[in-house]
Design a protein around this ligand. Structure first.
Ligand SMILES: [Zn+2]
Ligand SMILES: [Zn+2]
Length: 133
């Protein structure tokens, strides 16, 4: 299926061919800072399957392993792009239809804030220090 999405102001638009989506909550501190929200949700897409169809996102190198893409006009966080992987993830809230991307697990659970209640029985993983944070 084809997913479409974009930033708040509409300057950056993308589409992605997605065959087997994998979607995650991320509670890690880096995502909290980057998105301004205590938990982020993102959907993994093969790099080759994502096309920017309007505008040009900017990328901020947030660690040795990862760049984070955002709209240079409105600042909306949009992409999480590991340098050494063949996938990236799009932040699910930027999808035109976020209903398409229900998460299947929680990542970075060591930073899950105590006042956030999400009742599900999805798998939970801690951030791996040398990985994507
Ligand atoms: Zn924008
Ligand atoms: Zn994270």
């Amino acid at each position: 299926m084809t997913w479409t999405g974009g930033c708040l102001c509409g300057a950056v638009r993308y589409e992605a061919e997605v065959s087997s989506p994998e979607n995650w909550y991320c509670h890690c501190r880096m995502c909290q800072k980057s998105t301004g929200s205590v938990v982020s949700t993102s959907a993994i897409v093969p790099k080759a399957q994502l096309r920017i169809i309007k505008g040009e996102p900017k990328f901020y190198r947030s660690s040795r392993f990862v760049e984070r893409g955002f709209c240079p006009d409105c600042g909306s966080p949009m992409f999480f792009r590991p340098l050494n992987e063949d996938w990236l993830s799009v932040l699910s809230g930027t999808l035109d239809d976020p209903e398409l991307a229900p998460p299947e697990g929680h990542y970075g659970v060591e930073s899950w804030v105590s006042w956030l209640t999400i009742e599900d029985d999805l798998k939970k993983e801690r951030t791996q220090e040398d990985e994507y944070s």
